[in-house]
Write a protein that binds this ligand. Structure first.
Ligand code: ADP
Length: 219
């Protein structure tokens, strides 16, 4: 049986970092819709061309496009053992569509974790966040490196980490994504973690709460 996890949380909460680590340790597929869109933009695909203006402005890409991206990705062989989703669902409509997809798959519980961080800390983190201009890897938040640890590419600020765009993303998070938490809140597999702690503490709390939520769903 598979394990399926949704990592929720506002921009800057660290959900991408935790999703990557958790997926790697458990041998699950990580799907980051933000990474998929940034790759599509870089490659100039039709989806990338539609998404570019929205992503650069911190607005949401339309539900139909996002649901199709996730549906196709989840249909592939490497998603059969389960997945960790980062950046999806961001609207209640996306969440409902994911429920339909999950019913069709019928493969293991869906654990939802909300990574919580106060807004002033999010703004502070996003202001200093740097990613590789070549491969998109995030730089160590506390390091002073100028180049990417993976490929040696130049570290830059993400276009949508510009201060005004960050405020716009936080606003959209409140209006469109917070209702998703309401949608999931009553489920026995919904959990919250304090994301304002050191990454390794967040990681160990996440590990135990996901295992425990999984057991609770099977009881
Ligand atoms: P964040 O740090 O804000 O969580 P992401 O890398 O997850 O950033 O996403 C970057 C941008 O990609 C979003 O601001 C939005 O424009 C677009 N995007 C990603 N996932 C979705 C989604 N599920 N629905 C709509 N737009 C999305």
């Amino acid at each position: 049986m598979g394990l399926n996890v949704i990592m929720m949380g506002p921009p800057g909460a660290g959900k991408g970092t935790q999703a990557t680590r958790f997926a790697r340790e458990r041998g699950l597929l990580k799907i980051s819709t933000g990474d998929i869109l940034r790759d599509a933009i870089k490659d100039g695909t039709p989806v990338g061309m539609v998404a570019k203006t929205k992503v650069d402005r911190g607005e949401l890409v339309d539900d139909a496009t996002m649901i199709e991206i996730v549906r196709l990705r989840l249909a592939r062989q490497d998603a059969l053992c389960g997945f960790v989703l980062d950046g999806f669902p961001r609207t209640v409509f996306q969440a409902r569509s994911l429920d339909t997809i999950m019913e069709e798959r019928g493969n293991g519980p869906l654990v939802i974790v909300d990574v919580r961080v106060p807004e002033d800390e999010l703004v502070r983190r996003l202001a200093i966040r740097r990613i590789c201009s070549n491969c998109g890897t995030g730089a160590d938040a506390f390091g002073s490196a100028k180049t990417c640890r993976k490929c040696g590419g130049r570290l830059v600020q993400r276009v949508d980490d510009d201060k005004d765009v960050v405020l716009q993303r936080l606003k959209i998070y409140e209006s469109s994504t917070r209702p998703v938490l309401e949608y999931y809140k009553a489920r026995p597999t919904f959990r919250t973690v304090n994301g304002a702690q050191a990454p390794e503490i967040v990681a160990s709390e996440l590990d135990s709460m996901i295992d425990e939520a999984c057991k609770a769903s099977l009881a």
